[in-house]
Write a protein that binds this ligand. Structure first.
Ligand SMILES: [Zn+2]
Length: 274
């Protein structure tokens, strides 16, 4: 294990073991920072991309109904997010890029997986770079940078957010969504929480609202909005059907509280150039 594996990306302290490898099926070893509470996978898998198992968009595209719903959601999101040039980081198979282009928006994508970048390019007609933010031409700036379910896949959220900050126009905004380390589901399920780093999901780091605020401040971003959604511990795969149904009812009842307490499963933030 290298020092990059053991030192906290947010504050530099040495992590201490939180969950040993295998504490739940396919769970990787997790450590937690004793100073700030950040949680990450250590040691990090050598080939993160191959381990990531990122097939969301491809799987969705096969289902017309779900595809139509996803498109409607993305159209609504785009309209709400404001005008200007869009950069979709971790664009997958390019569904957002396609929707953006249909709406006449100038949109660019980037994805670490070359085959998905190629698929996104073919599907949307947008410029899509295979690689990371560092692979974009140096002078490219955007009004809107979207990072949906990306933060948890990188070794350093700090580096990712700093790179995104550098791509913003004055007044531009980063819109991101990531699993919420402080989720009620994590509290309930512990090592069985599905968003932890497993051999089949490529998750490397988990942040909570306080971590995101501190990251943002340190890379020159201001938190314009921070909320969570979904109190569900949908990963509760064990137990009988009746038990799962009962738990679902409990979860529905907990949703309003979870939103107020920032304990929902997904963290959503809008960060603007400070
Ligand atoms: Zn820390």
């Amino acid at each position: 294990m290298t020092s990059a594996d053991t030192l906290c990306d947010l504050c530099g302290a040495s992590g201490a073991e939180l969950y040993p490898a295998g504490a739940a099926p396919r769970l990787r070893r997790h450590v937690r920072c004793p100073a700030c509470g950040l949680v990450w996978v250590a040691p990090r898998p050598a080939d993160v991309l191959a381990a990531s198992g990122l097939v969301y968009d491809g799987a969705r595209a096969a289902d017309d109904d779900r595809d139509a719903r996803a498109r409607a959601r993305l159209r609504a999101w785009l309209r709400g997010a404001g005008p200007g040039r869009l950069l979709d980081v971790g664009c997958g198979a390019g569904l957002l890029l396609e929707v953006a282009r249909e709406l006449g928006r100038d949109a660019v994508g980037v994805d670490a997986a070359a085959d998905r970048a190629a698929e996104a390019r073919a599907r949307s007609g947008a410029v899509v770079h295979a690689g990371t933010l560092d692979d974009l031409p140096g002078d490219e700036r955007f009004d809107l940078v979207r990072m949906n379910q990306l933060l948890e896949h990188v070794a350093s959220p700090r580096a990712l957010l700093a790179a995104a900050r550098a791509r913003l126009t004055p007044g531009g905004a980063v819109h991101l969504a990531a699993p919420n380390l402080d989720a009620l589901a994590h509290r309930v399920l512990g090592a069985r929480w599905r968003q932890l780093g497993r051999e089949d999901n490529g998750h490397l780091v988990l942040v909570g609202p306080a971590h995101l605020r501190r990251y943002a401040a340190e890379v020159g971003l201001r938190v314009a909005r921070l909320r969570t959604r979904g109190a569900r511990a949908w990963s509760l795969g064990a137990g009988s059907r009746a038990a799962r149904r009962a738990w679902r009812l409990v979860e529905q009842g907990l949703e309003p509280w979870a939103r107020l307490a920032l304990r929902g499963g997904v963290l959503e933030a809008v960060l603007v150039a400070a």
